[in-house]
Design a binder for this molecule. Sequence first.
Ligand code: HEC
Length: 280
Amino acid sequence: MLRKGIALAALGLAFVAGPALSAETPHPKHLNWSFDGPLGKFDQAQLQRGYKVYREVCSACHGMKLVYFRTLAEKGGPFYSAEHPNPNDNPYVKALAADIQVPDVDTETGDAIQRPATPADAFLSPYPNEYAARGGNGGALPPDLSVIAKARHGGADYIYSLMTGYAATPPAGLEVPAGQHFNHYMAGDVSGSWKGQGEAPHGGFIAMPPPLAAGKVSFDDGSPSSVQQQAKDVAAFLTWASEPKLTERKQFGLGAMIYLLLFSVLLWFSYRRVWRNVAH
Ligand code: HEC
């Protein structure tokens, strides 16, 4: 009995102590997003700015193969306009697409060609294949960003924190491997590269160089082009891309709750009426 107890206690301790958690990744910063909460919805101006950041900065390395140009013109999307309910006819999105060249095949000669994109085209990776993508990024693969906001714990908060989490100068005593960058919010454990005093800093190494810089993207609505603003807008855009129907889902949910509430009230009164003259 006693021995069993000791064994159980030791097991419990092992769980509590766990592995040495010297360099735990910090939780992402929590921001207020227009799409938070049961009444949340996307801010169209923010999605437009976020698209610009993606197009002018991130798309140099990352594709979003589940997102099509026409999605931008769908209800709730960055460039939806009530005048053009059919997303394939949205002239603004057509023009945005036509600015981008996509690979295709000449149907008469069979040659590989490049042609301007149409609303029916997806946001392709700039690299023809994974080897080229790794080759261009020191061996690391830039992930497809179509559903990255769902694929990472913290979603928009995480993307914002990662974008703004690069150390201007890495902590003294940290040996940053060649081709890597220290980021406070990247998952990882840098204790193996820590030669400084005390505990290793929280964060991890990432092969992506800091993508944003003040003034890198000029916003058409005059919003200041700080790193924070660009990071926030691109995080909102990536959240929209990973769930374009979020606004509709929330509105439907709220409608369903109101309906159920009214239905319950009605049910209560009919119950009273039905049993009015019965002693029970
Ligand atoms: C110069 C190429 C390049 C550019 C530009 C770039 N990235 Fe990356 N990104 C990478 C690479 C390479 C990785 C993989 C890093 C690794 O695995 O260490 C990556 C990884 C990521 C990740 C995943 C991090 C994780 O948790 O694993 C996110 C999110 C991301 N990038 C977002 C962005 C956004 C948003 C932009 C535009 C503002 C952007 N990137 C611009 C190359 C780039």
